[in-house]
Design a protein around this ligand. Structure first.
Ligand SMILES: [Zn+2]
Length: 82
C-alpha cells in the first residue's frame, strides 16, 4: 500500500472500532446479514450468548473477546454509543 492509499484508508475510519465493529465494516453480503442478525439475537436470554458470537467471529479471523462482544452490543465499546 502506498502512503497516499494509507492516508485515504486511515481517513475513512474515524476512531478505532472494536472487533465486532470491524467485522460489521468489513463483512459483506450474507456474512454481514448473518452478523447483524446474530447481534440482534445475542445477549442474556436470547438465542446466542456473547461467547457463541465471539467464537464464530474468531473462526473468521476476527479477534474479539466474549466481553468485547457484550460491550459492543451494549454500546460501551470503542465504536461509541449506537
Ligand atoms: Zn464495537
Amino acid at each position: 500500500m502506498s502512503f497516499a492509499e494509507a492516508l485515504t484508508s486511515a481517513a475513512k475510519k474515524p476512531g478505532s472500532k472494536c472487533g465486532v465493529g470491524q467485522a460489521l465494516a468489513t463483512f459483506t453480503g450474507k456474512d454481514h446479514d448473518a452478523l447483524v442478525d446474530a447481534i440482534d439475537n445475542c445477549g442474556p436470554g436470547k438465542a446466542l450468548g456473547y461467547s457463541h458470537l465471539a467464537r464464530a467471529l474468531k473462526a473468521e479471523g476476527v479477534s474479539v473477546a466474549d466481553n468485547g462482544v457484550g460491550r459492543h452490543i451494549n454500546g460501551e465499546c470503542s465504536c461509541g454509543p449506537r
